[in-house]
Design a protein around this ligand. Sequence first.
Ligand code: NI
Length: 168
Amino acid sequence: MALLNILHFPDPRLRTIAKPVTEFDEELKQFVSNMFETMYEAPGIGLAATQVDRHIRLLVLDVSDARNQPCCLINPEIIESDGEEEMDEGCLSVPGFYEKVRRADHIRVRAQNEDGEVKEFEAEGIEAVCIQHEMDHLEGKLFVDYLSNLKRNRIRSKLIKMQKQKTD
Ligand code: NI
């Protein structure tokens, strides 16, 4: 297993639109286990492949308190959504910032697992929010895109400053 490098906003690679996964081979399973290791180590509740500069439609999450319910969604689709809720969101690609975002609070999802098997399930609350957030990454979208320009620009300049300090 290996830890993967997480890209930080405003890295333009985070704007890449991910391609569908078509090969469910050993290499993919190895990548999934590296994704889990990277997410747990960070620590975070979700991670999309886009964030580690691999542009395929794959994400991992674990919203359980005990951190023992790993879930990998490949080629995920939201087939139904309703309700609305507003939650504080953060992102491993936008470290240190938390802002309210409005999303559907109940969704029905269809996705494949590491073996390519299709599953369908319902999610609500934080799990629904996390899936929508990670699926946005696959479209090159970040939670800061839902904020005002003023807020987003403020976050951008703070992160650029932090990255400069790290490399100086
Ligand atoms: Ni994120």
